[in-house]
Design a protein around this ligand. Sequence first.
Ligand SMILES: [Zn+2]
Length: 118
Amino acid sequence: MSQGSTLPNCPQCNHHDTQFIPASLVTIIDLEDIEYFYKSPHFSYLITEGPNNEYRHVAAHFFKCHQLLPDALDDLPDAYDLKDWKDPGSSIEGMGTLFCQACGHYEKHILGEQHRLS
Ligand SMILES: [Zn+2]
């Protein structure tokens, strides 16, 4: 993940000392699992568009924006392994958490884009 020098200033205090922490994204295999990830306090449900305009449903974990992942989630659907989200290599799309060293503010962010993720 290249960090580049394009990180915006903190939206809260305008300090320039911001950090980007890539989110961990895992493809949702079975569309019936979407509701679980949508409701979970640990994940965000997102749809991303692939190079051939195909849609990819992903469960994303954003550092600090979500509850920390425990070692086990009792209700995680069988097809997934928590390790999948802990592997930094699973992060794609330049999505992550923008974190301000100065005031501690954090929010979801896409590298190189101005708009905010909800
Ligand atoms: Zn700040």
